[in-house]
Write a protein of this length. Structure first.
Length: 171
């Protein structure tokens, strides 16, 4: 191959390429985009404005955090744009004890009206934290949390974005 690194924006793809493909001969250097962005920040190749002025929290994606122990990179990236570090709110259920967004196991694609939706439970935790914005590093989590905010009538009050969007808006 003519490449030496695979950069993924999806924790599920990151996990599969780095942990499962080697069993089938696919040995690649795989980097999640939050780690790549942190590297670019550390090298001074990205210099975003510290202009995020909302109470913000970070939602840990299951396959990025619990399955691959990547917790610091997304938080460091988010910290690079906060105008006031005290605006960051760490959720009670975070890092290795984070609460799932509800997308896992294919649940993102079916409507199950039995009981409370996992994404709504997680969104309520985020709202209860006092955050005005939630950032994640997984497109599945982003969709699930955005759907929850819309379904709860909170879409105007709760911004949901990917960590890369937060940086791109401030370059």
């Amino acid at each position: 191959y003519k490449f030496n690194t695979v950069i993924t924006a999806c924790p599920h793809c990151f996990h599969t390429l780095s942990n499962e493909y080697p069993d089938f001969g696919g040995n690649y250097n795989v980097v999640h985009h939050s780690e790549f962005i942190q590297q670019l920040l550390d090298e001074g190749r990205l210099n975003p404005e510290k202009s995020l002025k909302k109470k913000v929290t970070y939602h840990d994606a299951c396959y990025l955090g619990r399955h691959n122990d990547i917790y610091d990179a997304p938080r460091n990236v988010l910290g690079a744009v906060l105008s006031d570090e005290s605006d960051y709110i760490e959720l009670e259920q975070s890092k290795s004890s984070s609460f799932c967004c509800g997308a896992g196991g294919g649940n993102m694609w079916h409507e199950d009206n039995r009981g409370e939706m996992v994404n709504n439970v997680r969104m309520q935790q985020i709202i209860d934290s006092g955050a005005e914005q939630v950032v994640t590093a997984c497109s599945f989590c982003m969709i699930m949390l955005d759907d929850a905010a819309k379904g709860m009538g909170k879409a105007d009050d709760m911004a949901v974005q990917d960590i890369a969007e937060i940086i791109a808006e401030r370059l």
